[in-house]
Design a protein around this ligand. Structure first.
Ligand SMILES: Cc1cc2nc3c(=O)[nH]c(=O)nc-3n(C[C@H](O)[C@H](O)[C@H](O)COP(=O)(O)OP(=O)(O)OC[C@H]3O[C@@H](n4cnc5c(N)ncnc54)[C@H](O)[C@@H]3O)c2cc1C
Length: 335
């Protein structure tokens, strides 16, 4: 539709009230897409309780957002499908963006389908790539057929909606100098009944923390047994990192599913990823190839993991890993 212009992101806040990283990742991606959309504006919908939002608005502005569409309401204190979808849909209907992006988080996976059905438009969920094609349409790429194929999907209706996995796209620098314009929206929720009552928030204690670790030491089937992961734990310990695993390892019951990296696991981008006894199947590398430095240790010189590794060590993990840990410990002692 000709009247639809620009990209609109629905922001997510953490339970502590900070901007979720995925929102900034989407802003950075939108700045790239904007260039192919005749510089149409990038706006962010910010639904938050009646607190001071100056810092969050300033962060969005420094990330390059053109417009922040704010609504403060006590009903936005915790996430609610009813209130968030109603507010987002009303704002989207006023702003008429061409593209709407939402993080494929637990919250986003609940919110996005509700918004798309209320707007009667299409949604490409859980995308790993976004582009604008030569016709100016959103080309949203996501895995399909159980991860065996990548499909690029176009949406015929407006706005074109997509959810994007966290950590798939990089965050940009917070150095934009132009101030974002802020527009406020108010809602009267008097007549809306929330069907869900939040009793309490309990953190997922099974969460492995690999999503936020700067250094990840990952083990594959080449580790041979669950017990052998001890040497990876020791390496992770000395580096202050976390342990992750391939699916083959999780399927074998050696490590918990919360540590699985890849297509059907988590997507992470630590500063350093050390792959130990991992072959480098595409379903694994898709979850870690954006890491800053990839170090692969594998006894097979032809292992595919070496094609994406920054540094490759051809050797036996049971020789290399303990030697590495010892060396690092020695270095630490001399400091
Ligand atoms: C739909 C679908 C989704 C999938 N999703 C995922 C996913 O999310 N994550 C994922 O990881 N996989 C996923 N897979 C599985 C993926 O295709 C691979 O089978 C899996 O990643 C292989 O795990 P691996 O590298 O640990 O094991 P292997 O492929 O068995 O590789 C073991 C490696 O260890 C090396 N090795 C053996 N002994 C030693 C030693 N002593 N020292 C050094 N190196 C040694 C070998 O040379 C080999 O390269 C998926 C598959 C499908 C079909």
């Amino acid at each position: 539709m000709d009247e639809n212009r620009g990209i609109c992101i629905v922001a997510e806040l953490t339970p502590e009230g900070r901007l979720a990283d995925v929102t900034l990742e989407l802003v950075e991606k939108s700045l790239e897409l904007k260039k192919k959309l005749n510089n149409e504006p990038v706006s962010v919908i910010l639904l938050a309780p009646e607190t001071n939002l100056e810092d969050i608005i300033s962060e969005l502005s420094k990330a390059g957002t053109d417009k922040v569409l704010v609504s403060k309401n006590k009903n936005f204190t915790t996430y609610s499908t009813e209130f968030f979808s109603k507010a987002a849909v009303e704002i989207i209907n006023k702003v008429k963006p061409s593209v709407v992006l939402i993080g494929a988080t637990t919250q986003g996976r609940d919110l996005a389908p509700r918004i798309s059905s209320l707007l009667n438009t299409g949604l490409t969920a859980d995308c790993t790539g976004l582009d604008i094609n030569d016709k100016g349409q959103l080309a949203a790429t996501r895995p399909t057929f159980g991860g065996n194929l990548m499909a690029t999907i176009l949406c015929k209706t407006f706005p074109q909606m997509a959810t994007v996995r966290p950590k798939v796209m990089p965050m940009g620098p917070l150095n934009h100098e132009t101030d974002a314009t802020v527009e406020e929206f108010t809602f009267d929720f008097e007549h809306i009944k929330d069907n869900v009552e939040i009793l309490n928030f309990i953190r997922n204690i099974e969460s492995s923390g690999i999503e936020n670790a700067d250094i990840v030491v990952a083990g594959g089937k080449g580790m041979k047994s669950a017990e052998n992961f001890k040497i990876l734990e020791e390496l992770a310990d000395v580096l202050g990192g976390s342990v992750a695993a391939s699916r083959a390892v999780v399927d074998a019951g050696w490590r918990p599913v919360s540590e699985q990296v890849g297509q059907t696991g988590k997507t992470i981008r630590p500063k350093i990823y050390i792959a130990c006894g991992i072959s480098g199947a595409v379903q694994h590398t898709v979850g870690m190839e954006q890491s800053g430095t990839i170090i692969a240790i594998n006894s097979d010189p032809n292992a595919p993991v070496f094609s994406i590794a920054t540094y490759g060590i051809i050797g036996d993990v049971f020789d290399v890993v303990p030697a590495l840990t010892k060396k690092l410990k020695d270095i630490k002692k001399t400091r």
